[in-house]
Design a protein around this ligand. Structure first.
Ligand code: HEM
Length: 178
Protein backbone atom coordinates (compact mmCIF):
# COMPACT_ATOMS: atom_id res chain seq x y z
CA UNK A 1 0.00 0.00 0.00
CA UNK A 2 1.34 3.41 -0.96
CA UNK A 3 2.50 5.78 1.78
CA UNK A 4 0.00 8.44 0.78
CA UNK A 5 -2.76 6.28 2.20
CA UNK A 6 -0.89 6.10 5.52
CA UNK A 7 -0.31 9.87 5.37
CA UNK A 8 -4.07 10.29 5.11
CA UNK A 9 -4.70 7.93 8.04
CA UNK A 10 -2.15 9.87 10.12
CA UNK A 11 -3.70 13.20 9.22
CA UNK A 12 -7.21 12.04 10.20
CA UNK A 13 -6.05 10.47 13.49
CA UNK A 14 -4.06 13.56 14.49
CA UNK A 15 -6.87 15.97 13.53
CA UNK A 16 -9.39 14.04 15.61
CA UNK A 17 -7.29 12.77 18.51
CA UNK A 18 -4.03 14.71 18.61
CA UNK A 19 -0.40 13.94 17.86
CA UNK A 20 0.08 11.83 21.00
CA UNK A 21 -2.72 9.54 19.89
CA UNK A 22 -0.92 8.88 16.61
CA UNK A 23 2.34 8.08 18.44
CA UNK A 24 0.46 5.72 20.76
CA UNK A 25 -1.30 4.01 17.86
CA UNK A 26 2.02 3.43 16.12
CA UNK A 27 3.45 1.96 19.35
CA UNK A 28 0.40 -0.25 19.93
CA UNK A 29 0.31 -1.57 16.39
CA UNK A 30 3.99 -2.51 16.24
CA UNK A 31 4.54 -0.97 12.77
CA UNK A 32 7.58 1.11 11.88
CA UNK A 33 5.34 4.11 11.39
CA UNK A 34 7.31 6.50 9.15
CA UNK A 35 5.59 6.71 5.77
CA UNK A 36 6.63 8.73 2.74
CA UNK A 37 3.91 9.29 0.16
CA UNK A 38 5.74 7.50 -2.66
CA UNK A 39 6.98 4.59 -0.55
CA UNK A 40 5.31 1.19 -0.56
CA UNK A 41 4.48 -0.49 2.75
CA UNK A 42 2.87 -3.75 3.84
CA UNK A 43 -0.91 -3.86 3.50
CA UNK A 44 -0.90 -5.45 6.95
CA UNK A 45 0.28 -2.11 8.44
CA UNK A 46 -3.05 -0.55 7.54
CA UNK A 47 -5.01 -3.23 9.33
CA UNK A 48 -2.64 -3.12 12.34
CA UNK A 49 -3.06 0.66 12.63
CA UNK A 50 -6.83 0.44 12.13
CA UNK A 51 -7.04 -2.26 14.82
CA UNK A 52 -5.04 -0.10 17.26
CA UNK A 53 -7.30 2.91 16.59
CA UNK A 54 -10.39 0.69 16.86
CA UNK A 55 -9.29 -0.51 20.33
CA UNK A 56 -9.03 3.08 21.51
CA UNK A 57 -12.32 4.34 20.13
CA UNK A 58 -14.41 1.21 20.60
CA UNK A 59 -15.00 0.58 16.90
CA UNK A 60 -14.14 -2.19 14.44
CA UNK A 61 -10.99 -2.01 12.27
CA UNK A 62 -13.23 -2.01 9.20
CA UNK A 63 -15.26 0.86 10.65
CA UNK A 64 -12.06 2.83 11.23
CA UNK A 65 -10.91 2.30 7.63
CA UNK A 66 -14.33 3.40 6.35
CA UNK A 67 -14.15 6.50 8.54
CA UNK A 68 -10.64 7.30 7.30
CA UNK A 69 -11.89 7.08 3.71
CA UNK A 70 -14.83 9.34 4.54
CA UNK A 71 -12.69 11.98 6.22
CA UNK A 72 -9.73 11.44 3.91
CA UNK A 73 -11.36 12.62 0.72
CA UNK A 74 -10.90 16.29 1.70
CA UNK A 75 -7.17 15.61 2.07
CA UNK A 76 -7.14 14.06 -1.41
CA UNK A 77 -9.03 17.08 -2.72
CA UNK A 78 -6.43 19.43 -1.18
CA UNK A 79 -3.67 17.64 -3.13
CA UNK A 80 -5.52 16.90 -6.35
CA UNK A 81 -8.46 19.30 -6.83
CA UNK A 82 -8.43 18.80 -10.60
CA UNK A 83 -9.88 15.29 -10.24
CA UNK A 84 -12.94 16.81 -8.63
CA UNK A 85 -13.46 20.10 -10.42
CA UNK A 86 -14.22 18.40 -13.74
CA UNK A 87 -17.44 17.03 -12.27
CA UNK A 88 -20.66 18.52 -10.90
CA UNK A 89 -21.90 15.53 -8.95
CA UNK A 90 -20.69 12.46 -7.13
CA UNK A 91 -21.91 9.82 -9.60
CA UNK A 92 -20.11 11.55 -12.46
CA UNK A 93 -16.96 11.73 -10.30
CA UNK A 94 -17.21 8.04 -9.44
CA UNK A 95 -17.47 7.15 -13.12
CA UNK A 96 -14.10 8.84 -13.67
CA UNK A 97 -12.18 6.86 -11.04
CA UNK A 98 -11.50 3.85 -13.20
CA UNK A 99 -10.73 5.64 -16.47
CA UNK A 100 -9.06 8.84 -15.22
CA UNK A 101 -8.20 9.02 -11.51
CA UNK A 102 -6.69 5.65 -10.75
CA UNK A 103 -4.75 5.43 -14.05
CA UNK A 104 -3.30 8.85 -13.22
CA UNK A 105 -2.51 7.59 -9.71
CA UNK A 106 -0.53 4.76 -11.31
CA UNK A 107 1.57 7.38 -13.15
CA UNK A 108 2.11 9.56 -10.09
CA UNK A 109 2.82 6.70 -7.70
CA UNK A 110 4.90 4.09 -9.53
CA UNK A 111 4.00 0.62 -8.29
CA UNK A 112 0.55 1.68 -7.04
CA UNK A 113 -1.91 -1.17 -7.12
CA UNK A 114 -5.25 0.48 -7.62
CA UNK A 115 -8.48 -1.48 -7.91
CA UNK A 116 -10.59 -1.80 -11.06
CA UNK A 117 -14.26 -0.96 -10.97
CA UNK A 118 -16.92 -2.35 -13.27
CA UNK A 119 -19.80 0.11 -13.57
CA UNK A 120 -23.50 -0.37 -14.12
CA UNK A 121 -25.58 2.77 -14.50
CA UNK A 122 -28.94 1.72 -13.06
CA UNK A 123 -30.73 5.05 -13.46
CA UNK A 124 -30.06 8.74 -12.89
CA UNK A 125 -29.86 8.26 -9.13
CA UNK A 126 -28.16 4.89 -8.89
CA UNK A 127 -24.76 3.59 -9.92
CA UNK A 128 -23.38 0.16 -9.16
CA UNK A 129 -19.64 -0.35 -8.76
CA UNK A 130 -18.29 -3.87 -9.03
CA UNK A 131 -15.12 -4.01 -6.93
CA UNK A 132 -12.63 -6.84 -6.90
CA UNK A 133 -9.25 -6.65 -5.18
CA UNK A 134 -7.07 -9.04 -3.22
CA UNK A 135 -6.98 -6.35 -0.53
CA UNK A 136 -10.73 -6.54 -0.01
CA UNK A 137 -10.95 -2.93 1.08
CA UNK A 138 -14.58 -2.25 0.21
CA UNK A 139 -14.78 -0.48 3.57
CA UNK A 140 -12.26 2.09 2.33
CA UNK A 141 -14.16 2.41 -0.95
CA UNK A 142 -17.41 3.03 0.93
CA UNK A 143 -15.82 5.73 3.04
CA UNK A 144 -14.31 7.47 0.03
CA UNK A 145 -17.68 7.43 -1.74
CA UNK A 146 -19.41 8.94 1.31
CA UNK A 147 -16.73 11.62 1.50
CA UNK A 148 -16.96 12.34 -2.22
CA UNK A 149 -20.74 12.74 -1.95
CA UNK A 150 -20.24 15.25 0.85
CA UNK A 151 -17.72 17.10 -1.28
CA UNK A 152 -20.43 17.66 -3.90
CA UNK A 153 -23.00 18.62 -1.24
CA UNK A 154 -24.91 15.38 -1.79
CA UNK A 155 -25.92 12.44 0.36
CA UNK A 156 -25.81 8.83 -0.81
CA UNK A 157 -26.98 5.49 0.44
CA UNK A 158 -24.57 2.61 -0.21
CA UNK A 159 -25.78 -0.98 -0.17
CA UNK A 160 -23.36 -3.83 -0.77
CA UNK A 161 -25.48 -6.39 -2.56
CA UNK A 162 -22.46 -8.72 -2.71
CA UNK A 163 -19.30 -8.51 -0.60
CA UNK A 164 -15.99 -10.39 -0.60
CA UNK A 165 -15.87 -10.07 3.19
CA UNK A 166 -19.10 -12.12 3.26
CA UNK A 167 -17.61 -14.75 0.94
CA UNK A 168 -18.72 -13.44 -2.49
CA UNK A 169 -16.34 -13.25 -5.47
CA UNK A 170 -16.58 -9.48 -5.60
CA UNK A 171 -18.24 -6.55 -3.89
CA UNK A 172 -21.10 -4.70 -5.52
CA UNK A 173 -21.52 -1.22 -4.13
CA UNK A 174 -24.92 0.14 -5.08
CA UNK A 175 -24.74 3.90 -4.65
CA UNK A 176 -27.97 5.88 -4.67
CA UNK A 177 -28.15 9.65 -4.29
CA UNK A 178 -30.87 10.56 -1.79
C1 HEM B 1 -14.60 7.71 -4.36
C2 HEM B 1 -13.58 7.51 -5.18
C3 HEM B 1 -12.55 6.42 -4.93
C4 HEM B 1 -12.71 5.12 -4.59
C5 HEM B 1 -14.02 4.38 -4.38
C6 HEM B 1 -11.38 4.54 -4.46
C7 HEM B 1 -11.10 3.26 -4.04
C8 HEM B 1 -9.87 2.77 -3.69
C9 HEM B 1 -9.62 1.55 -2.98
C10 HEM B 1 -10.70 0.60 -2.49
C11 HEM B 1 -8.28 1.43 -2.82
C12 HEM B 1 -7.53 0.31 -2.04
C13 HEM B 1 -6.67 -0.57 -2.91
C14 HEM B 1 -7.37 -1.81 -3.38
O1 HEM B 1 -8.59 -1.95 -3.20
O2 HEM B 1 -6.70 -2.69 -3.99
C15 HEM B 1 -7.69 2.58 -3.45
C16 HEM B 1 -6.34 2.81 -3.50
C17 HEM B 1 -5.80 4.00 -3.86
N1 HEM B 1 -6.45 5.08 -4.39
FE1 HEM B 1 -8.42 5.23 -4.74
N2 HEM B 1 -10.44 5.49 -4.75
C18 HEM B 1 -11.11 6.66 -5.02
C19 HEM B 1 -10.56 7.88 -5.32
C20 HEM B 1 -9.22 8.13 -5.36
C21 HEM B 1 -8.68 9.43 -5.65
C22 HEM B 1 -9.46 10.72 -5.97
C23 HEM B 1 -7.33 9.29 -5.59
C24 HEM B 1 -6.38 10.42 -5.86
C25 HEM B 1 -5.19 10.51 -5.41
C26 HEM B 1 -7.05 7.88 -5.23
C27 HEM B 1 -5.80 7.34 -5.02
C28 HEM B 1 -5.53 6.07 -4.55
C29 HEM B 1 -4.22 5.58 -4.15
C30 HEM B 1 -2.90 6.36 -4.17
C31 HEM B 1 -4.38 4.28 -3.72
C32 HEM B 1 -3.29 3.34 -3.16
C33 HEM B 1 -2.71 2.43 -4.22
C34 HEM B 1 -1.61 1.56 -3.62
O3 HEM B 1 -1.38 1.62 -2.42
O4 HEM B 1 -0.93 0.82 -4.34
N3 HEM B 1 -8.22 7.22 -5.13
N4 HEM B 1 -8.66 3.38 -3.98
Amino acid sequence: MKGIIFNIVESVVIAENGIDAWDNVIDDSGVFGAYTSLGTYPDSDLLAIAAAVADRVNATPSGVIRHVGHQGISRIYDRYPEFFTNHDDVLSFLLSIDSVVHPEVRNMYPGAEVPNFVYKVVDEQTLELGYRSARQRCDFAEGLILGAAEHYGQTVEIVQTTCMLRGDDECTLRVTTT
